[in-house]
Design a protein around this ligand. Sequence first.
Ligand SMILES: C[S@@+](CC[C@H](N)C(=O)[O-])C[C@H]1O[C@@H](n2cnc3c(N)ncnc32)[C@H](O)[C@@H]1O
Length: 214
Amino acid sequence: MERNTLSMIHAFLRRHVQPGALCIDATAGRGRDTALLCALAGTEGRVLAFDIQQCALDQTEALLAAEGLRAELHLDSHAFMANYAAAGSVDCIVFNFGRLPGGDPQIMTRADSSVAAVKTALELLKPGGVMALAIYYGGANGYDERDALLEALRGTDARRYSVLCCDWRNRGGDPPIAVFVWRERSCANSEGGETPAMRKLQFGRSRRMNDHDS
Ligand SMILES: C[S@@+](CC[C@H](N)C(=O)[O-])C[C@H]1O[C@@H](n2cnc3c(N)ncnc32)[C@H](O)[C@@H]1O
């Protein structure tokens, strides 16, 4: 398999998305990520896909039809995805930033709405859920969106999420960055307090220590 950002992200999706999953493709484009999510989530699963361009959704729909797959396609910005799914309910979310290949070069993802969408997506993930982002930059995309996204991800609460950022050190031409996010299954709450699960664990530990003492 050719080693590139998209193949890394697809390998991650294959590893994590189970039949019956609720998934979101935040940037449908030509539909390749939507199609993979549909195939992995299966007939028991549900896939929502967003794009602000009707021509992108048309291409996604055509690809899905050709592969015998189904998704719920929404002509809307991913910044509003919370209108379509409940907080803590989504198994997997994918972003593929940039522009539609072969589409209008003026229409592309933008720093403000991309950062808002990623922050929303973090809240939509269920504990144990995952997110993958392909960040394109350089050329006409510039660097603002990449920098804003990486800064926002750096500020993510490490007790609730693990964020891995991968760039290609020895490749020229601004290859896209892959980011992988895992929402922790059990963690301290955002104020730094303990969750009931942590308290239970702690209680079990102190009981074992007391048993040992006696
Ligand atoms: C790089 S393409 C996505 C490629 C796609 N994942 C695929 O598999 O073909 C980026 C897409 O994001 C869309 N987009 C731009 N701004 C958006 C927004 N605010 N909300 C949702 N989609 C947006 C563009 O119209 C474009 O189709």
